[in-house]
Design a protein around this ligand. Structure first.
Ligand SMILES: Nc1nc2c(c(=O)[nH]1)N[C@H]1C(S)=C(S)[C@@H](COP(=O)(O)OP(=O)(O)OC[C@H]3O[C@@H](n4cnc5c(=O)[nH]c(N)nc54)[C@H](O)[C@@H]3O)O[C@H]1N2
Ligand SMILES: Nc1nc2c(c(=O)[nH]1)N[C@H]1C(S)=C(S)[C@@H](COP(=O)(O)OP(=O)(O)OC[C@H]3O[C@@H](n4cnc5c(=O)[nH]c(N)nc54)[C@H](O)[C@@H]3O)O[C@H]1N2
Ligand code: SF4
Ligand SMILES: [Mo]
Length: 744
């Protein structure tokens, strides 16, 4: 019997915990937080502990499925790719690349294979019809920070470990473990913040788990955070508290911002927000006075009609209160690899260009190369040139996650062909003609590309696979390259090695030619020889690390980082506390922090008009639970046990007015659709607001999710309106949906 410990990063959520696996005879016997991990120090949540169940889940697909005579049946990889080639090659040849839509889901950001090679797929195959979970999530923040700081991932993070005041809006890290804020053990860090005399304030229509451990909970009317933030900014200017500190000389637009905020006095916005003007003024003063303080906004602020504006005002507030880029405030991480804000010439750059073209049917503008996923159904349904006739979903479940899923599910049925890269037969993939499974999260190596760019400390870590792959199971980057070959007309068995060589070749050449690159002028052939014998993501990671800000620069800085160095450190390498980075971090064309970007300023009249709009009698918001992850971990016994979590939370007064009792079934209706949900009467939710989590509704026919189907819950996105978006970013307003609730 063999018995050993193996270390691997958890890739379920953004906290990036290092885990310790005890393995006996190639089976997991225990999973713990890795106490020696330099970043997460032993923290783990129930989802990390459930990774063995995910690995062993009998419903997890281990073989491609292919539709034959209406049924999805097991097939070989070659048969699956023959079917894909037969469907896609003529379609692309006749109707062009836009006839094939691509939807990218959230786990793509957590998989090294997918993050590094989806880009290759989408540069090689240029369809305009690109969609992703980003437009039901964080794109407003990326757009705002891109315009302010120059790249779409230059997001300032709360420096919580040194902070003395943290104001959180629309985020519940006690359940979510943080987002655009990689912060393993939020609870411990929040406790230490309070122990050092700091204050935690939570703005949320719900008394969330985070509100419960905070010093103060401020209930707010859904969708009005941008107004509240504008009221705080107004206060700073009005009371002479505006002071940018060291950032002043590196910023522009302050006067324009001050002028624009005049319309949003706390006394003007208070009634619409449902927050007293005195509270808004006090919070602004507290932020400005804090010896290290920060405002942070997340899902409850981004997935609203004013998502981009709210995201902008969060960082404008941090700047104007003198809390941007200082210890304890909002700071920029410096990742070891792949960060656009560590590439090119420090201090200025091309900035973010958006709204370069518009979607065919609705004319929604492109942002970061994609269209709103709220437009997906109409792009499939509406005939004409550029109509989507085939769809590829990669690690996504849009039939549950995106607005008006009733309409989208019908649209998916009307496709000529659908391919899904996924390891579950679920609400989305049941519509597919071919499903290609990914390896389990324990069967591939991991190097985190995205989240070190959003972390409370600088760190780096590489995890080899815990287990070898099942025979015949390709790595997911190989599947992507094979698909690229098919889309390029190379047939069902393209030369994957040649495609891989092409990808690394382009990267090496770019690194030797780019302005400001430490490899500038080096010989590409020499670098490529130095990367041997690595292939795939490992080769790209090694290149990125070695050419990155801590890298060995291929021998020029021998003490620097390389993948080989990381392989010797299973618990990761700590790269230190966050450091001030302005102006070096900036990539705006002006070389300044843009406090008042034109695109955002132009939208303020819409925000002012919002002051006049009556609030709905009842509005729906979402929530998360620590034992659930979006739509796809409900099939694991450890997480599924316990009470039903997909309940409609409602305040006792609202329940009484509608004759609804705790545990009864309610009918919830909105413009987009209607659902039934079990009522949970609770004072934890503000009057006038109801809450239903997303990611449920596992009772659709044709899925294979035995455990999830036992407690299916309700698909809340049947209620979300695909017509109601934040117009700047295309992000759907998933919070603040007007609904009516009645006994079923
Ligand atoms: N109403 C409402 N709706 C929401 C939200 C909300 O707060 N409220 N939140 C939104 C947010 S923030 C997000 S991120 C989206 C998520 O939206 P999606 O990304 O569309 O949905 P997920 O539930 O994350 O589904 C992920 C899929 O990827 C598969 N998968 C997991 N790992 C892998 C892998 O390694 N490879 C492959 N190929 N597949 C894999 C899973 O089986 C699952 O089918 O939902 C959004 N929808
Ligand atoms: N356990 C678990 N962890 C997760 C996930 C998961 O599904 N489960 N999903 C992961 C993903 S993909 C993401 S993006 C992150 C999201 O992480 P978070 O942003 O922390 O998301 P939530 O936990 O949904 O918290 C959002 C909060 O916003 C509140 N809210 C709703 N509307 C409004 C509003 O208009 N204004 C204000 N101020 N508040 C509002 C809700 O009541 C809720 O408490 O979590 C990640 N981590
Ligand atoms: S908080 Fe939980 S799900 Fe998130 S990375 Fe850590 S163990 Fe995984
Ligand atoms: Mo997300």
């Amino acid at each position: 019997m063999t018995h050993e410990k193996r270390y691997h990063q958890c890739t379920i959520c953004e906290a990036c915990c290092g885990l310790e696996f005890e393995v006996e005879d190639e089976r997991v016997v225990s999973i713990r937080g890795d106490a020696e991990d330099v970043f997460s120090h032993g923290f783990i949540c129930p989802k990390g502990a459930a990774l063995a169940e995910l690995h062993e889940d009998p419903d997890r697909l281990r073989q491609p499925l292919l539709r034959r005579g209406g049924e999805l049946v097991p097939a070989s990889w070659d048969e699956a790719f023959e079917a894909i080639d037969a469907a896609l090659r003529p379609l692309v040849a006749e109707q062009g690349a836009d006839a094939v839509g691509v939807y990218l889901g959230n786990p793509a950001a957590h998989s090294t294979s997918l993050v590094t090679y989806v880009q290759a797929l989408l540069t090689g195959f240029r369809t305009r019809n690109r969609f992703s979970a980003s437009t039901v999530d964080q794109i407003p923040k990326q757009l705002a920070t891109g315009l302010m700081f120059g790249t779409a991932l230059s997001v300032p993070i709360p420096d919580i470990d040194r902070s003395r005041f943290l104001l959180m809006l629309g985020a519940n890290p006690m359940a979510s473990n943080g987002s655009l804020f990689t912060v393993p053990d939020f609870r411990g860090r929040a406790r230490r913040l309070r122990e050092r005399g700091g204050r935690l304030v939570v703005v949320d229509p719900r008394r969330s788990e985070t509100a419960k451990i905070a010093d103060e909970h401020v209930p707010i009317r859904p969708g009005t955070d941008a107004l509240l933030l504008a009221g705080m900014l107004h206060t700073l200017f009005d009371e002479g508290l505006a002071d940018l500190g060291g950032v002043a000389e590196h910023s522009q637009g302050l006067a324009a911002l001050e002028n624009a905020m005049r319309a949003f006095a706390p006394e003007t916005v208070a009634a619409r927000c449902g927050v007293e003007a005195g509270t808004i003024r006090r919070l602004a003063r507290e932020l400005a006075a804090a010896d290290g303080g920060c405002v942070y906004g997340r899902i409850g602020t981004t997935t609203t009609e004013f998502g981009t504006t709210a995201s902008w005002l969060v960082d404008a507030l941090n700047a104007v209160a003198g809390q941007l880029d200082r210890p304890g405030g909002a700071m920029f991480p410096k990742a070891a690899a792949f960060a656009a804000n560590t590439r090119g010439r420090p201090g200025a750059g091309g900035g973010l260009r958006v709204h370069r073209h518009t979607s065919r049917v609705r004319g929604a503008p492109e942002v970061l190369g994609e269209f709103p996923c709220a437009c997906l159904a109409e792009e499939i349904e509406t005939p004409g040139e550029g109509q989507i006739r085939a769809l590829i979903t990669i690690a996504g479940n849009p039939a549950v996650s995106t607005p008006n899923t009733g309409r989208l599910s019908r649209a998916l049925e009307g496709l000529d062909f659908m391919l899904s890269l996924d390891f579950y037969l679920n609400e989305t993939t049941r519509h597919a003609d071919v499903i290609l499974p990914a390896p389990s999260p324990l069967e591939h190596s991991h190097f985190d590309v995205i989240f070190p760019q959003l972390s409370v400390r600088n760190w780096v870590r590489y995890s080899p696979p815990v287990f070898g792959r099942a025979p015949g199971q390709p790595e997911e980057w190989e599947t992507l390259l094979r698909l690229l070959g098919v889309l390029l007309g190379q047939g069902p068995k393209p030369d994957i090695e040649a495609l891989e060589e092409m990808v690394i070749g382009l990267q090496v050449n770019a690194a030797t030619k780019a302005e400001g690159s430490p490899l500038s002028g080096r010989d590409p052939a020499e670098l490529r020889a130095d990367l041997e014998p690595r292939r795939g993501p490992e080769r790209l990671v090694d290149l990125a690390l070695r050419s990155g800000p801590y890298g060995d620069h291929f021998g020029a800085r021998p003490e620097g980082l390389s993948l080989a160095r990381l392989e010797a450190e299973p618990h990761g390498i700590d790269l230190g506390a966050l450091e001030s980075r302005i102006p070096e971090v900036l990539r705006t064309p002006s070389g300044k922090v843009e406090l008042a970007p034109e695109l955002l300023m132009a939208d303020l009249s819409r925000l002012a008009a919002e002051l006049e709009r009556p609030a709905p009698a009842l509005s729906l918001v979402g929530r998360r639970h620590v034992r659930s992850n979006n739509s796809w971990m409900h099939n694991l016994p450890m997480l599924a046990k316990g009470p039903l979590r997909c309940t409609l939370q409602i305040h006792p007064d609202d329940a009484a007015a509608r004759d609804l009792r705790d545990g009864a079934e309610a009918r919830v209706s909105a413009r987009a659709g209607e659902v039934r949900a079990v009522v949970e009467v609770t004072r934890d939710i503000a009057p006038g607001v109801v809450s239903l989590p997303h990611g449920w509704g596992h009772d659709e026919p044709g899925t294979r999710l035995a455990i999830a189907a036992e407690k299916p819950g309700t698909n809340s996105n049947r209620l979300a309106d695909e017509q109601v978006l934040d117009p700047l970013s295309g992000t759907a307003a998933l919070n603040g949906i007007p609904v009516e609730v009645a006994p079923a």
